[in-house]
Design a protein around this ligand. Structure first.
Ligand code: BG6
Ligand code: MG
Length: 220
């Protein structure tokens, strides 16, 4: 049976995937880069510079590293402005209950968000105290789908990766969880999350009692 659940934040617990997307879309318009659903989906879970590289693949010109840093900073300034207004009402329905249910079941909880804004976001949403360990995204070298961030979460909890379950809304995140040797719970639409071991349409459907009996490393 799993001993911990490692949650992603944006798009799993917080309704912020749309805010990242809005900030990127505005930047795309400013530099005449195309932006569509497929690009937005690929950016999910990917760190800031990795997301920018995806946006720039079809930009009309090339950018220097210095210019890229400026573009990323511009996107982040807008995103920070958007999340500064958030409060606990911006948790996705059932998110707090999902994390609390894991704790109540005697399992540990960790957060594995690629966002450098995650600590402030947890405070704004009023859930910072619900995690035994929060990975510092600034210390992760390789973006999801690399397993580094989920392995760091397990290590931070003092557990083996196989003792942990990961919860993600992005294809890159599911791949990261699997590469770390954990079972993956996908939250969202099936098309993007075909690889998940358990698929739930939203975090409100998360039931730790059911998941521990139907999944886990032994089920893979
Ligand atoms: C992830 C989001 O959680 O964090 C991505 O899904 C985002 O969209 C990434 O790019 C990095 O976030 P930030 O806040 O450090 O730019
Ligand atoms: Mg996410």
């Amino acid at each position: 049976a799993p001993r911990a659940v490692i949650f992603d934040l944006d798009g799993v617990l917080a309704d912020t995937a749309v805010l990242h997307r809005a900030a990127w879309q505005q930047l795309a318009a400013e530099i005449d880069a195309p932006f569509d659903e497929a690009i937005a989906e690929r950016m999910k879970g990917v760190d800031r510079m990795g997301s920018l590289e995806i946006l720039l693949e079809r930009a009309p010109r090339r950018y220097s590293d210095e210019e890229k840093a400026g573009l990323a900073a511009r996107k982040n300034a807008r995103y920070v402005e958007l999340i500064d207004r958030l409060d606990p009402r911006h948790l996705l329905p059932g998110a707090r209950a999902a994390v609390e249910s894991v704790r109540d079941a005697g399992l540990k909880t960790a957060l594995a968000s690629a966002s450098r804004n995650a600590p402030q976001l947890l405070e704004r949403l009023g859930i910072a105290g619900l995690f035994d360990y929060v990975v510092d995204a600034g210390r992760i070298a390789r973006s999801k789908p690399d397993p580094e961030i989920f392995l760091a979460a397990a290590a931070g909890l003092g557990l083996a990766p196989t003792d942990c379950l990961g919860v993600e809304d992005a294809a890159a995140g599911i791949a990261s969880i699997h590469a770390a040797g954990m079972a993956a719970i996908g939250i969202g639409q099936a098309e993007a999350l075909a690889e998940a071991d358990v698929l739930l349409s939203n975090i409100a459907a998360f039931d730790i009692g059911r998941i521990t009996t139907t999944s886990g490393p032994s089920a893979r």
